[in-house]
Design a protein around this ligand. Sequence first.
Ligand code: KG4
Ligand code: ZN
Length: 329
Amino acid sequence: MRVLGIETSCDETAVAVVEDGIHVLSNGIASQIDIHARYGGVVPEVASRQHLLAIVPLLKQAMTEAGVGWTDIDGVAVTNGPGLAGSLIVGTNVAKAITFARNLPLTAVNHLEGHIYANWLHTQDRQPEPVFPLVCLIVSGGHSDIVLMKGHGDYTLLGRTRDDAAGEAFDKAARILDLGYQGGPAIDRAAREGVPSLELPRPWLKGTNDFSFSGIKTALLRMMQAGGISNKANAAASFQEIVVEVLVSKTVAAGREYGARQILLAGGVASNTRLRQRIIEASPLPVLIPPPVLCTDNAAMIGACGYFRFLAGKTDSLDIDVIAGLRLG
Ligand code: KG4
Ligand code: ZN
């Protein structure tokens, strides 16, 4: 079964063709990072206009690269939340138009669920299949969730952030240190040149699977304002080390507590070099992490998730709407 995946929840327009939920036939992404970099963050109105400009050419490109025509597509999967409403509307309406015109089934995918399914996609350095029950850490610009997954489409939220998401914390720390946009990759790069030497608070929130990252960010801001940061690479490494340590230890502990057979990472922050390294070192369970290009927003993960939804008979009607605050579990 070939699924056309469409993703426009934030600042990447993405269209992909995925076969049987695992083979990526094409994975087109039009990034808006350079445009939003001028403003230091995503401007929602600008994002939705860019999606409008990019989506149709990208759709044609993704189908050409996959070597498929409309008769080769068996269904369409589209992200309908969470995300920016004006951005989600573009992808959702394109998906509705295609399914209406071509008489194809439609399935609406939760963006976070999509991130998890990036782990099912086959890549060159093929990793093992995900095995249930598993614990997944989803870390993106808007979420830091620990999720227990007992089967396809079966999610229990074990923990979440009480304030800033991990990606948001990286982005804010980069702004404080004036390391540029996009913050996460900027901290990742800077940290490679530094050593974690600053004393910053470690927010453990003991006895819970929840996270809190705003205190570390505020401590970093105070240090910067007080002139206490002479080496930005060391500051970036210190900040990153604490965030990674908290994410890793809570995820590994949740895996143990809930009898998981594997740990999965997902979301943009899962492309962080130190996080990838530390969780593999610290976990007694096998760890699956998609390659960086499938961790950040893409449509192949939406196509993969869509395939498993179609298998489970989860189709949606043309009445579906976007849900900016959609949750998982
Ligand atoms: O999943 P994603 O592409 O979009 C959302 O669904 O939010 O995640 C974007 C987030 C941003 O906050 C970005 O700074 C962060 O992921 N990110 C990283 C890295 N690459 C992207 N954070 C840390 N290290 C990275 N290498
Ligand atoms: Zn995302």
